[in-house]
Design a protein around this ligand. Structure first.
Ligand code: ADP
Ligand code: GN1
Ligand code: MG
Length: 371
């Protein structure tokens, strides 16, 4: 912690906040980056806040490429938002460069830090507290997809290679089971078997992509409800954040990851699995909202595969949590023992629910299909 404080101080020196800094404290519930809110006190007495982040070295090996992606995407989004009469300072993230003029700051330990103005008068929800809220997030991610539909995908770096390559995630999982370096596999036998029983599923979307049935688009790839800031008064989506994984991907990944996280009433790490259930009504609400914005741009086949997006993102995320548990919690931030195992169990419970209610999910998607 002392070490982190030292590099945090270096980062605070590296940026010009335009006013004295009065404090920097840990913020948010992200699993990946180290996020701080910085309070400043300008002379006009109105506190101005910023989000200062140390990008995770475990997740991101090339912060230079990552920030090039983010600057390209936020500039583009800003222009598109302005064209449609919106407020780019509120509806798109704005990168604030350090005094050096570089896109980010590198501290003496090699950590990479970036800065954004805090998007004020917004709320970041950790669960879909109301159906309206979940619908608003669906519109926001659908609009994000629509705004970026003509963005030149080939200019984007793959910030995490094979991020949603479920076959690769499965291979890494199998390697972790075989190595079992901490002797944790014995207590996860049923979870390990759950994955092995679904080996063929891991290839469904990738096969459709290889056969040319699902196109690559610019996608966000991490569309949790807590990666969209909602207006504190209206509850409408304001700004999509966490752009670290904006890369070429399948649209079903973006749809699916939102369902994984939001179409239930539990935290991702709920330990009472009887409470963890897919809410099919929320699935329908999100499908309607997402397609109301992004639907025109999507092919019939992409829409037909949306239930697969939900199942695969949930299965894959469970596999990732389980793999991280087996290798010793190297990737996701944890707050307690077996945290990643608890998270894995909620994901597999949701997968089982989806399988049970598959026909309903397909019927809902068919209902909201365009035309
Ligand atoms: P992680 O990859 O660790 O999830 P995020 O970029 O999502 O990191 O940031 C973590 C949290 O910080 C978010 O869930 C949100 O609460 C908050 N946050 C991030 N950027 C902003 C911003 N520009 N304005 C307000 N809050 C923000
Ligand atoms: C991470 O960064 P955050 O907390 O929004 C992860 C996602 C997982 C999610 C599970 C870059 O999201 O892929 O689905 O945790 N992000 C990265 O909660 O790995
Ligand atoms: Mg996040």
């Amino acid at each position: 912690m002392e070490q982190l404080q030292a590099v945090l101080n270096e980062a605070l020196e590296a940026f010009d906040f335009g006013a004295p800094v009065v404090g920097a404290i840990r913020f948010g519930q992200g699993h990946i980056n180290d996020t701080f809110v910085v309070h400043t006190q300008p002379e006009d007495l109105c506190c101005r806040r910023f989000i200062l982040q140390r990008m995770s070295p475990a997740a991101f090996k090339r912060p230079d490429q990552l920030m090039e992606n983010i600057i390209g995407v936020t500039d583009y989004l800003g222009r598109e938002i302005e064209k449609s009469g919106g407020d780019r300072t509120r509806e798109a993230l704005q990168v604030v460069r350090p005094r050096s003029g570089e896109p980010y700051f590198t501290d003496s330990q090699g950590g990479a830090w970036r800065l954004y103005p805090f998007v004020e008068r917004t709320v970041c929800y950790q669960s879909a507290e109301t159906p309206e809220l979940f619908a608003a997030s669906g519109r926001a991610f659908g609009r994000f997809q629509k705004l970026l539909r003509d963005y030149p995908a080939d200019t984007l770096y793959e910030t995490i290679p094979n991020f949603h390559n479920t076959e690769d995630r499965l291979a890494k999982f199998k390697a972790a089971v075989s190595a079992d370096k901490l002797g944790r596999a014995a207590e996860c036998r049923s979870e390990i078997q759950f994955v092995l029983d679904r080996e063929a599923d891991c290839s469904v979307a990738l096969s459709a992509m290889r056969e040319g049935r699902l196109p690559l688009r610019v996608t966000h790839n991490d569309t949790k409800l807590n990666n969209v800031l909602m207006d504190e008064k209206t509850g409408e989506g304001v700004c999509i954040i966490d752009l670290d994984t904006v890369m070429p991907g399948l649209v079903i990944y973006d749809f699916g990851d939102s369902i994984r996280f939001g179409a239930n009433h539990c935290a991702e790490d709920e330990t009472d699995l009887t409470k963890v259930n897919l809410d099919v009504e929320l699935f329908a609400i999100y499908t309607d909202a997402f397609l109301s914005q992004a639907g025109d741009a999507l092919t019939d086949e992409e829409i037909a595969y949306l239930p697969w997006g939900a199942k695969l993102m949930t299965l894959e995320c469970g596999i990732r949590f389980l793999t991280d548990y087996l290798v010793g919690d190297e990737y996701f931030h944890i707050a307690r023992e077996k945290h990643n195992l608890d998270r894995c169990r909620t994901q597999f419970k949701l997968v089982a629910d989806m399988e049970e209610r598959w026909a309903e999910l397909e019927a809902i998607v068919a209902k909201y299909r365009k035309g």
